[in-house]
Design a protein around this ligand. Structure first.
Ligand code: GAP
Length: 516
């Protein structure tokens, strides 16, 4: 990560803590690695993200309903889904630092170093040649760039083959041949590469025969698969239809990095869409487009998104793409859209011994439906919103502010009401306004410190509107309405406040954009 972006990210992390968005879990006990708690503002924003997703799924699609399945499930489910045997990461230890790494991540970092070298050569040449610089030509002809690119491509090919073949010895050989060192000890004293299953295990009940081993679910999707026929029958759903779920998932990630980007306990919003065999790729294309629209409707900048279509598909998928978002540490996956064929349902049919075929009345035929999955991490979505909203602004007169330009519908607090002074009946008038707005909007009352300081506090948590009550208010029932982003102040009537705020901050406007 470039140093400047690294610094910005550190500032965002400390801002998230200072303003009650995200805290390290168990902080007073020195923390628990890769586990985080959401504070008073964080939980509101997280709930708003979930509500936006849930309502976009269940209100805008007549054929999508929700469920809430348990975290614990029968352990055979994880055997059937392939997680017991194959939900692994390749790990390697450095004997000197005693630090553990993902072998694939060490190699990916090495690939990124080659890319950095090329980028540096380009930057140097740009400086040297100025206006006349032709980047495409330079990349094709510069000897140094070609040499580095050849090394990168050879490494990439070798790495992809090792991953495809599940060849752990070859991963170790690559680390040795590339002379990759441990970032902590600086040595190359590596152990062999081993597979590490990411599922957390625990025990349920206690019987004479011993307790049953159960897993904390590593994805919410399986709870949908094993309930699909219950929902279809009780809801009289007809294919195509979808089931949506929001819930916690757990993965014992070897390397947890980048704050809430990779956590050991996190939350997913997943939707499985059941379709006729043979129609799955059409539906995949539609969901790919719909999901990107959902993201873009938030107005954080269309250029911050890109698709990453997978070349290497899991054995059960026939198409897969990620929606990536531009974080301070590069474009990163926020959501995955997968065409999972009928793999999961067929496996559950096989392992449970129950018939879970759907009867299609139009075709007069029984079949195992195919599935398109959309799967987004709530916490990654939260991080993308936070990162893209954070700005340090220099203001006229030498003043500075930190402002979160949050999409207004996601902001934890929608408006703050402030009496200009703590006397002359202004606090009472301000309280009346709070009492009127609080039923529909998260509304703060603030009378402490100068008005400037109060505005800054609200800017820092991304409150779209501040409402100031002054002496004129007592005479004509008007207040000053200040907007977060432009800092523009307008005089408005108290009776207009509700509509003005609603039109900007409600989820409805956002959902309407999607429905058009
Ligand atoms: N059911 C499919 C599935 O779980 P995935 O790509 O492994 O697919 C889906 O995960 C999404 O869950 C990711 O795009 C990401 O947003 C989120 N996610 C996965 N692992 C995560 C972790 N360790 N911490 C935070 N979010 C994670």
């Amino acid at each position: 990560m470039a140093q400047q972006q690294d610094d910005v990210f550190k500032k965002i992390v400390s801002h998230a803590k200072e303003y009650g968005f995200v805290f390290q879990s168990s902080e007073i006990y020195d923390g628990l690695s890769a586990v985080y708690d959401y504070g008073q503002n964080g939980v509101e924003m997280k709930n708003n993200i979930k509500r936006y997703w849930w309502e976009a799924m269940t209100l805008l699609h007549e054929n999508i309903v929700g469920i809430d399945s348990a975290i614990f499930m029968h352990p055979t489910i994880w055997k059937a889904s392939g997680h017991v045997d194959a939900f692994n990461d390749p790990l390697i230890d450095n004997r000197d630092s005693k630090k553990r790494y993902r072998a694939d991540v060490l190699i990916e970092d090495q690939l990124a170093k080659y890319d950095d070298k090329i980028a540096k050569e380009v930057a140097k040449a740009k400086k040297r040649f100025g206006e006349s610089f032709d980047e495409a030509m330079f990349l094709q002809t510069n000897a140094r760039v070609l040499e580095v690119a050849a090394k990168r491509d050879a490494l990439h090919a070798r790495f992809a083959k090792a991953m495809n073949d599940n060849d752990l010895d070859e991963l170790k050989n690559i680390i040795v041949d590339e002379e990759i060192v441990c970032p902590i000890s600086g040595t190359r004293n590596w152990t062999d590469v081993r597979q590490f299953n990411l599922m957390f295990k625990t025990e349920m009940g206690s019987t004479a025969d011993g307790a049953m081993t159960v897993y904390l679910r590593p994805e919410t999707a399986q709870g949908i698969f094993v309930n699909y026929l219950n929902v279809q029958k009780t809801g009289r759903m007809r294919i195509p239809f979808g089931i949506a779920q929001i819930g916690k998932a757990f993965r014992n990630e070897i390397v947890a990095r980048q704050f809430i980007f990779r956590m050991r306990e996190f939350e997913q919003m997943e939707m499985q869409f059941f379709v006729r065999p043979g129609e799955e790729l059409q539906w995949f294309a539609r969901w790919k487009e719909w999901r990107l629209r959902w993201h873009k409707a938030l107005g954080m900048g269309d250029e911050k998104y890109r698709y990453h279509d997978h070349d290497k598909l899991a054995h059960y998928a026939n198409a897969a793409t990620d929606i990536e978002f531009l974080m301070p540490f590069g474009f990163k996956e926020v959501e995955g859209i997968h065409s999972r064929t009928n793999f999961d349902l067929s496996q559950h049919e096989k392992y449970s011994g129950k018939n879970i075929k759907y009867f299609d009345p139009e075709l007069n035929e029984n079949y195992v439906p195919y599935v398109i999955e959309t799967s987004i991490g709530v916490d990654r979505m939260f991080l993308s919103v936070l990162c893209s909203s954070y700005e340090e602004q220099e203001l006229d007169g030498g003043d500075r502010r930190v402002v979160l330009h949050l999409p207004e519908a996601l902001a934890p607090v929608k408006c703050a009401v402030m009496p200009l002074v703590k006397k002359d009946g202004l606090p009472e008038k301000a309280r009346q306004i709070v009492n009127d707005l609080k039923f529909d909007f998260a509304t703060h009352y603030d009378e402490k410190d100068s008005i400037g300081k109060r505005y800054r506090r609200q800017d820092a948590i991304g409150t779209p509107f501040c409402i100031t009550v002054d002496h004129q208010t007592l005479e004509d029932n008007t207040v000053t309405l200040r907007e977060r982003d432009s800092m523009a102040q307008t005089r408005v009537n108290i009776s207009d406040l509700h509509k003005l705020i609603h039109d900007r901050v409600s989820l409805t406007a956002l959902l309407r954009k999607l429905a058009d």
